[in-house]
Design a protein around this ligand. Structure first.
Ligand SMILES: C=CC1=C(C)c2cc3[nH]c(cc4nc(cc5[nH]c(cc1n2)c(C)c5CCC(=O)O)C(CCC(=O)O)=C4C)c(C)c3C=C
Ligand SMILES: [Fe+2]
Length: 430
């Protein structure tokens, strides 16, 4: 049986318990084609072109049911785009594209229409026209595709008058060592799935569809824990080994929507139901970090490494007590501990939804791992989320000694779309 996780789901990221719902009607699903591909054989596939051969053959039989990981679907359509409150997936691709010279608003609208149709089909486990076959054996595996617009987009297509204030360039931070080639971009795609082939399949399909309209500016690939890898659903860990994500705003918080999403009557109108994504590629100095004693590592964060419990006491989910003092008079959570400096109470209430992927791009010339966090932070306004918090971290965070911010981008991610519409339609046709 297939399972559906609504894209505006309200369960915390740590609880991956999809709601059983029927899969949307599918004229031809990837799995029904699986039987066909086996029957046709390689010669038939080559003769007719892969997609043609798959589509021409009748279905032999239904294959065995998928596991819950493969069968879980996240609906593409909705008031908000999927991939923001969706539980973290095991595989992620972040891609920024620049419009090709001469690509006008009409061409971009056609691209967004194509992309939305393909994303809708792929997330429902259907085979798009002219398919590559990369994901033929698999179900949707919680695939999500999220689309965004960068600041430079608006000038390129004559829409400067619709540029949101919230897309003002992020300020410089003293510790930034940013690579402009891997920063910013006109268009942004975030692809997530619990299967690596399903994620790559979507990336390839969307990149092919960009054709002459847009070219990839940068791409970053990330990962998280695979569902089922732990005995029970648990908060993810990052590559420093810390439990990471505990004190994220919860979808059940009264002010969650207000903090993370642009309201239905918000400005600009085309961003209703949308959100702003800050993307930072943050390399971790893992060799230095791994040399620290466990006690010092925990002091730097303010939480226990084993279970994520705050050093002020309790379990992972116990609220952090920033006033707690040890028997020797020292603060239980140090003055420069990451959770103290980043906490909303230390930043006039500023908060964001952190939804990162880890990355590992091999090793640098000095032998150190080129690895860290693809930090993706979601908020209704970056000036009330990422910016004030990063300003504070930049000045006084004990963790920053072990980090290098190497790339940065900010994207306006519009609300979702209804069947028959496409993401960004209100901007491009409004
Ligand atoms: C500007 C915002 C933030 C950046 C950049 C950032 C980088 C970063 N963080 C970790 C590891 C942890 N962060 C944790 C908590 C935490 N981090 C931020 C913000 C940024 N982090 C916030 C707002 C919070 C929550 C603070 C609170 O209210 O308690 C934690 C603790 C567990 C948790 O709550 O998630 C860890 C661990 C790394 C490794 C990193 C850069 C690579
Ligand atoms: Fe953090």
């Amino acid at each position: 049986m297939s399972k559906t996780t609504p894209n505006t789901q309200r369960t915390p990221d740590t609880q991956r318990t999809p709601n059983p719902q029927p899969e949307p009607p599918s004229p031809i699903s990837r799995r029904r084609l699986l039987g066909t591909a086996g029957a046709v054989g390689a010669a038939g596939l080559v003769a007719g072109g892969a997609a043609g051969a798959y589509a021409a053959e009748s279905v032999r039989s239904d294959p065995d049911p998928l596991s819950s990981v493969g069968s879980t679907t996240v609906p593409f359509h909705g008031e908000r785009q999927a991939g923001i409150t969706t539980p973290l997936q095991a595989h992620g691709h972040l891609i920024a594209l620049d419009l090709a010279p001469g690509a006008d608003r009409k061409a971009v609208a056609a691209l967004l229409r194509r992309w939305s149709k393909t994303a809708e089909e792929l997330t429902a486990g259907k085979v798009p026209a002219d398919d590559t076959g990369i994901a033929l054996d698999a179900g949707p595996a919680s695939l999500t595709v999220t689309f965004g617009f960068g600041r430079t987009f608006f000038g390129r297509v004559g829409l400067k008058d619709r540029l949101p204030e919230e897309l003002a360039p992020l300020p410089d931070f003293s510790a930034d060592v940013l690579d402009p080639k891997r920063s910013n971009g006109d268009l942004w795609l975030q692809i997530g799935a619990d299967d690596g082939l399903v994620a790559f399949h979507a990336l390839r399909a969307l990149q092919r569809e960009a054709r002459e309209v847009a070219r990839v500016r940068w791409q970053m690939n990330g990962f998280n824990r695979t569902p089922g890898a732990t005995s029970r659903p648990m908060t993810a860990r990052n590559l420093m080994g810390q439990v990471d994500g505990t004190n994220n705003p919860k979808t059940t918080d009264d002010d969650f929507d207000q903090r993370i999403f642009v309201p239905a009557k918000g400005k600009p109108d085309w961003m209703a139901g949308g959100s702003y994504a800050v993307v930072r590629r943050i390399r971790m100095l893992l060799d230095s970090w791994d040399h620290l004693s466990l006690e010092r590592q925990e002091r730097v964060i303010g939480r226990r490494k084993s279970d994520g419990a705050p050093l002020s006491g309790g379990t992972e989910t116990t609220p952090v007590d920033l006033t707690k003092v040890n028997a020797d008079g020292s603060l239980a959570i140090a003055g420069d501990a990451h959770v103290r400096v980043a906490a909303p109470v230390s930043n006039q209430g500023a908060a964001m939804l952190r939804r990162p992927f880890s990355y590992h791009d091999g090793f640098r010339e000095d032998g150190a791992p080129d690895a860290g966090l693809l930090f993706v932070a979601w908020q209704a306004d970056p000036m009330k989320g990422f910016v004030p918090v990063q300003r504070k971290l930049d000045r006084g965070d004990g963790l920053s000694r072990f980090l290098r911010h190497e790339a940065s981008a900010l994207f306006a991610v519009p609300g979702g779309c209804a069947p028959g519409e496409y993401v960004g339609q209100a901007l491009l046709e409004g």
